[in-house]
Ligand binder design. Structure first.
Ligand code: DMJ
Length: 471
């Protein structure tokens, strides 16, 4: 996530501009931004250089060992598939395009665009997960297009979105099916999760803005509404629904996956497209989340699980993925809660060397001890820094950067951890594509004075794809 002030001069013309209601520009945050007098002496210059060095070593390994494959297995030195067994959609290349641009690695960027132009085959006869395809591939192609102005990238984004659309248009409720066959349009997976139903309006909205065809935005908004209109009397949501009947398949209210970015995109959709409905839906649901899910424990703020109909507490687990919510809270005007929630994760990092995938915040015990190189904690560092101007968040990011290097760095870049509580830590064998799109980008933007980034006015998707603020 990760969106800051709305771009100055963002065009309101065109199809979406006509549809969305206009609103005053959001205030630009008061921050010691790169290039300002306060940033004259830069204690982060060495970290900025190091963030590029680390990215390059992982990128070189990917090029050498797995070029064109979805992801790199750095220990075995091979590629792996993410979407379709035995086939590739070039996930790492597509995800990295705008990071390459921001870091001014133009030769590598050209090679990536060339691969998309010559080798990316979209019409494959296989089902793909709609949500992942939108946030990673459609989003990656769009931010790549915005960075390079190469129309091939926009054409591919549009082609891919068109292949995904049956998941939305064939659904009786408008909430998308989980999978769609890219060649035939056959849909499957009628039980879907909230994050997967509702995390598409910024990518589809951008596609509508760029192409002048509002069908993408309309499909995404209808999906969000299909969930919103089924909220409980407490204004709480469950975790999933049957997209054919509209019945809830999970009735636990939670911010953890599989819900997380559902809330994020309500706010983001409002912020990008000034659609008042989305702001209303976000505000209504967030008020209920803060009323019913907030839990203070040893002075720390966490978000519990509860029954969506009664509000009764049902659990006290917290996923690392929910760390993004610190930034979202601050973004949407709840700065104190956002800072408090980030402080809870910072405190957890005093108990664990790396954040476990899931923890029980009552006993501060790892429920899932893996660490798949998640970016959410640092994502919130970036946004909280830009919102508050506090150097605290750069220092926290610097500490995570150091820990990732200490525990996850291997000969061919970076790898996931299977157990952060083991001594020594047990490593897995994967560099997730989001490491190139998110972690590496957030570190670079936090530490560098990126010349190609507008620190005052920008928008990054849930996958870290930059849709505003590239220059
Ligand atoms: C990314 O794919 C996106 O941030 C998504 O919204 C959930 N988290 C993963 C990385 O952890």
């Amino acid at each position: 996530m990760r969106k800051i002030a709305r771009p100055r001069g963002l065009s309101r013309r065109g199809l979406l501009g006509a549809a969305a209601r206009l609103a005053p520009l959001a205030a630009v945050p008061t921050v010691s931004l790169p290039g300002s007098a306060a940033a004259a002496t830069d204690p982060y210059a060495a970290l900025a250089r190091a963030s590029v060095t680390e990215f390059r070593s992982a990128w070189d390994a990917y090029r050498r060992l797995a070029w064109g494959r979805d992801e790199l297995r750095p220990l075995t030195g091979a590629g792996s598939d993410f979407f379709i067994p035995g086939s590739t959609l070039g996930l790492t290349i597509v995800e990295a395009l705008d990071t390459l641009y921001l870091m001014e690695l133009d030769e590598e960027l050209d090679a990536g665009v060339q691969w998309v132009r010559d080798d990316l085959v979209l019409g494959q006869d296989a089902p793909v997960q709609v949500f992942e395809t939108i946030i990673r591939l459609v989003g990656g192609l769009l931010s790549g297009h915005l960075a390079t102005k190469d129309t091939v990238l926009l054409d591919r984004a549009r082609e891919l979105a068109d292949r995904l659309l049956p998941a939305f248009t064939r659904s009786p409720t408008g909430a998308p099916y989980r999978y769609v066959n890219l060649a035939t349009g056959a849909v499957s997976g009628k039980e879907n999760h909230l994050a997967e139903i509702g995390t598409c309006i910024t990518e589809f909205g951008e596609l509508s803005r760029l192409t002048g065809d509002r069908k993408y935005y309309d499909a995404a908004k209808k999906a969000l509404h299909a969930v919103y209109e089924r909220r409980s009397r407490l204004n709480l949501l469950g975790t999933g629904m049957n997209v054919e009947t509209g019945a809830w398949t999970g009735t636990t209210a939670t911010l953890d996956p599989p819900v997380d970015s559902f809330y994020e995109y309500l706010w983001d959709g409002w912020e990008l497209y000034r659609d008042e409905d989305l702001r209303t839906w976000y505000s209504t649901l967030t008020a209920a989340v803060l009323e019913h899910l907030t839990e203070r424990r040893s002075g720390r703020l966490w978000f519990r699980q509860a029954d969506m109909r009664t509000g009764a507490a049902t659990g006290h687990a917290q996923s690392e993925l929910t760390a993004f919510y610190a930034g979202l809270l601050a973004q949407s005007g709840r700065v104190a809660e956002g800072e408090a929630y980030h402080a809870s994760w910072a405190a957890a990092l005093r108990s664990f060397r790396l954040p476990p995938e899931s923890l029980d915040y009552h006993g501060m015990r790892a429920l899932d001890p893996s660490y798949p190189l998640r970016p959410e904690y640092v994502d919130s560092c970036l946004f909280l820094w830009l919102t508050t101007g506090k150097e605290l968040y750069r220092r926290r990011a610097a500490e995570m950067f150091r820990r990732q290097k200490q525990y996850c760095k291997v000969v061919n870049g970076y790898t996931v951890v299977r157990d952060v509580t083991a001594r020594p830590m047990k490593l897995g064998d994967l560099t997730p594509a989001y490491w190139f799109s998110e972690n590496a980008k957030y570190y670079y933007l936090l530490f560098a004075r990126a010349r190609r980034f507008d620190y005052r006015s920008n928008y990054l998707t849930t996958e870290g794809n930059v849709l505003r603020g590239l220059r």
